[in-house]
Design a protein around this ligand. Structure first.
Ligand code: HAM
Length: 411
């Protein structure tokens, strides 16, 4: 479209969409119920800005990651600041934690959030450029019991919505064992360097473990005899990983160990996991997360352990069926002009407790009856000349089929 073509219809951007009607009903249904579960696990709601300094994601998600390298919506603002639309939610929450000096306060913080994230990826089924995440982050808990707790919470969320899933689990080690593992991996890969894809040739130098989850078949072939990350864990990481598996087993949480699962963000250490579904096509990850015990330090804070996850809402909604819960709807109307005011007054009082729809135009009984059926009301409430003079209201209950005229104050 040319800039002068003022009459052309403007479309939403590629990979970005409006959420309306059935989808928005499902969206709020998901957010409301997942928020309720998060609150029961001790999380409180937080919001961070959608726009942040680009440096925040460079330092956390990492300059070697595709997200930062290729997919960020970054630009220079009018004040010459390098800013970007957030590609994920964790970094902003950690920035808040450090900015508010909560790293010095000690104790535990548990937050949940939901909102839009932006990644300039090639759009396809399940992959958008603007998508929504529901995430949780925990600060200050070193125990691996928290890792199990987080995984069980995601399981509870998915089960609430009746979603089948597979849990893939790995441990990435920590600053003690990860460097040695990287060295072993680079030694192995250096024999095939030229045969790896172009991206992996760069990854070997920048962040070799990212080669492990390369989707290229040839790279995967070269990894078949590569050292396994879980065979190189130090004692403390190994003990934690074994304990995590033990707790999950004890709680009947099924999982698969995937030693190539490294996640696309550089901040993880120790536990990393993904929940996948085989019902939504190639983009099968519905949730992902893990530990990030060094991230608070990367962003200038005091050492504080952290762990969290995010669910991709659009991907999940492809799998969600709303549980039947018929909402009570009251339909109110006037049978003549003189009763319109009292109908509106009573309706507004009723709205304090019930969903109440009002027809403003006075109509006869049959017309109101049909309109009430059309909006799926279970109560029809009407006032006309007779009711107005008696201070009463006519009620029909569509479920019990009962009809009666009662005093206004009893309604
Ligand atoms: P992530 O794996 O990059 O992790 O994203 C989490 C989820 O967001 C994915 O599993 C997927 O369902 C969804 N998602 C990602 N990209 C897209 C896309 N382009 N279109 C649609 N859905 C998408 C994170 O973002 C981490 N911040 C999670 C975390 C929280 N780790 C620790 N705390």
């Amino acid at each position: 479209m040319s800039k002068t073509d003022n009459k052309a219809i403007i479309q939403s951007l590629r990979g970005m969409k409006d959420i309306v009607n059935d989808e928005s009903t499902l969206f709020t249904y998901f957010v409301d119920n997942t928020s309720a579960i998060a609150k029961r696990y001790g999380f409180s709601y937080m919001e961070t800005p959608i726009l942040e300094e680009t440096a925040l994601f460079k330092r956390s998600v990492g300059e070697s990651s595709d997200i930062v390298n290729k997919e960020m919506y970054n630009f220079t603002d009018k004040g010459e600041h390098e800013v970007c639309l957030r590609p994920e939610g964790t970094a902003g929450v950690v920035r808040h934690f450090v900015q508010k000096k909560l790293d010095r306060a000690g104790g535990t913080q548990r937050w949940y959030y939901h909102g839009p994230m932006f990644r300039y990826e090639r759009p396809q089924k399940g992959r958008l450029r603007e998508f929504h995440q529901f995430g949780c982050e925990v600060f200050g808990v070193e125990s691996v019991i928290e890792d199990a707790n987080i995984i069980m919470m995601i399981k509870e969320i998915l089960e609430f919505f009746g979603i089948g899933f597979k849990l893939q689990l790995n441990s990435l080690g920590d600053q003690n064992c990860m460097p040695q593992y990287k060295e072993n991996l680079v030694n192995h890969l250096s024999f095939f360097r030229e045969e790896l894809c172009e991206d992996c040739q760069v990854r070997i130098d920048k962040n070799p473990i990212r080669v492990l989850d390369c989707k290229n078949d040839n790279c995967q072939l070269k990894l078949s005899n590569a050292p396994k990350i879980t065979d190189n864990l130090c004692d403390s990481c190994n003990t934690d990983f074994e304990k995590l598996k033990e707790i999950l087993d004890f709680n009947d949480v099924k999982y698969e160990i995937d030693t190539n699962l490294v996640r696309g963000l550089d901040y993880y250490s120790k536990t990393a996991f993904e929940f996948v579904s085989n019902e939504i096509g190639a983009q099968s990850a519905i949730a992902g997360g893990g530990r990030y015990d060094k991230l608070v330090e990367f962003l200038g804070g005091r050492p504080t352990p952290g762990i969290g996850f995010a669910i991709g809402i659009e991907r999940l909604l492809e799998l969600v069926k709303m549980k039947e819960s018929k909402e009570d709807i009251i339909y109110m109307g006037a049978l003549d002009e003189a009763s319109v005011n009292i109908v509106l007054k009573i309706a507004n009082a009723k709205r304090k407790t019930s969903k109440t729809l009002v027809e403003y135009t006075p109509r006869n009984f049959n017309k109101h009856f049909k309109l009430a059926e059309k909006v799926n009301a279970n109560i029809l409430a009407l006032i006309g000349e007779k009711e107005l003079s008696e201070g009463t209201i006519y009620i029909k209950n569509f479920i019990t089929k009962e009809e009666k005229t009662i005093k206004l104050e009893d309604f």
